[in-house]
Design a protein around this ligand. Structure first.
Ligand code: UGA
Length: 433
């Protein structure tokens, strides 16, 4: 297994491609990142990072000598030992993953007459690798290797997740191609799972499905807690200490969102359906998540009755803290429902500067968003929200309802500030509403 620096072309300068490229440069490899969006490449060449991802700007700056950016396929491929595919695979109307960007990369590969390996980082349906293999063979590129090396990085912690992963998965058709990709990760201290391509593809989808299942599970437990007087935070702690269960991904809330879980759950559901299998559990996980996003509306109804002309402030819009990503964010569903009910919606987020929904007023500060509100809904657990002077905010509100959609803040403190407090899966705590 060679550990010498390699030349890596990364196709796609999105979250996954940029983090992959920057981290491989940090590991000593020489990296060319190629994208089709000129403005993005220009910005990267100027040293500007087009996405918000903690630590990424430092990493790109520190490794600038080993990193270049281009729009040109030939320039990217020139001398490349590895071609990483890190392009988007968004869902189509049918729920299947749209692989057109992946096929474009494969079809645009020039004739390569030296050893080179195509590595799939994008999340793709099981069986994609085999189809790519056939396509490469048809084009006379039998000598070009193919490896599935799925990513397990979460937005907001992607750099850390790449450099200190729980595992690296390498699925290959030929042992030596897998050896090469495993060797690229020399310097990373993690178990390497070596397997066939289909299994590597399934590991990615199954890992995300397992995490989503845990979230929908704890959200349903939360809903039963609400109906029975138990507290889901204590329940999650109590079950999470069982080593067979573990504490991660047991935070009840307003449902999962983001660019991965919703898309990957649909893709796996559709993959199963296309193979003639009805994936009952996954269907339930998806449905629970959809309902969970809407439960906040019921809580507001409970306190305020009709929401027409009520003022509601949404605190945090991104699908989770430490990212500016709004894809499938629960805040979008919440804002949409509130507007449909005739409520006036204001919103604050420290990073997201707009919401693509006509009628939502963006505020610069939490205080501004909440002034005159009938209710505030904590949607995303940004740490800044722990620093807010809540008694002062309560004084400026018309009705003092606080729905903590992430069970983030101390309910006693909020009650003390005069709020009627609702969490998720916790007994509702009254105040001066
Ligand atoms: C997720 C996975 O965690 C990564 O391992 C994976 O590589 C990535 O998808 C992907 O497929 O690319 P990400 O979507 O960035 O990463 O974010 P997570 O931290 O997993 O959070 C996803 C959603 O679940 C968020 O909306 C979050 O608020 C929610 N969540 C998470 C909960 O509601 N409760 C929890 O206990 C944990």
């Amino acid at each position: 297994m060679s550990t010498s620096p390699a030349r890596i072309a990364v196709f796609g300068a999105g979250y996954v491609g940029l983090v992959t490229g920057a981290c491989f440069a940090e590991l000593g490899h020489s990296v060319v990142v190629r994208d089709i969006v000129g403005a993005r490449i220009d910005a990267l060449r100027r040293g500007e990072v087009p996405i918000y991802e903690p630590g990424l700007d430092d990493l790109l700056a520190r490794n600038s000598e080993r990193l270049t950016f281009t729009l040109d396929v030939a320039e990217a491929i020139e001398g490349a030992d590895f071609v990483y595919v890190a392009v988007g695979t968004p869902p189509t109307y049918s729920g299947d993953a749209d692989l057109s960007a992946v096929w474009t990369v494969v079809d645009e590969l020039p004739v390569i007459d030296r050893p080179c390996t195509v590595v799939m980082k994008s999340t793709v349906p099981v069986g994609t690798g085999l189809r790519v293999r056939h396509r490469l063979d048809e084009r006379g590129l039998e000598h070009v290797g193919y490896v599935s090396n799925p990513e397990f990085t979460a937005e907001g912690t992607a750099v850390k997740d790449f450099m200190r992963p729980d595992r690296v998965v390498v699925g290959a058709f030929r042992e030596e191609d897998g050896d090469g990709v495993a060797a690229l990760h020399a310097g990373i201290d993690a178990p390497v799972v070596r397997c066939d391509v289909a299994s590597a593809e399934m590991i990615k989808l199954a890992a995300n499905a397992a995490l989503m299942t845990r979230i929908s599970f704890i959200n349903e437990i939360a809903n039963v807690c609400e109906a029975t007087g138990a507290d889901v935070v204590r329940v999650a702690e109590g079950i999470g200490l069982d080593r067979r269960i573990g504490p991660s991904f047991l935070r009840a809330g307003v449902g999962y969102g983001g660019s991965c879980f919703p898309k990957d759950s649909l893709a796996l559901k559709q993959l199963a359906a296309n193979s003639g299998y009805h994936f009952q559990l996954l269907n339930a996980v998806i449905e629970v998540n959809e309902l969970q996003k809407r439960r906040v509306i019921g809580k507001l109804h409970h306190h305020l009755g009709s929401l027409r002309d009520r003022n509601v402030a949404l605190l945090g819009l991104a699908f989770k803290p430490h990212t500016d990503d709004m894809r499938e964010a629960p805040s979008l569903v919440l804002a949409g429902r509130l507007l449909a009910e005739g409520a006036n919606v204001s919103a604050w987020d420290p990073v997201v500067d707009g919401i693509d929904l006509h009628g939502v007023r963006m505020a610069e500060t939490v205080e501004d968003a909440a002034a005159g509100a009938d209710a505030v809904v904590l949607v995303t657990e940004w740490p800044q929200l722990a620093e807010v002077d809540w008694p002062a905010v309560a004084q400026t509100m018309r009705t003092k309802i606080f729905v903590d959609g992430r069970n983030m803040l101390d309910q006693e403190m909020l009650r003390g500030a005069g709020f009627a407090v609702e969490g998720i899966g916790r007994a509702a705590a009254g105040g001066a509403a």
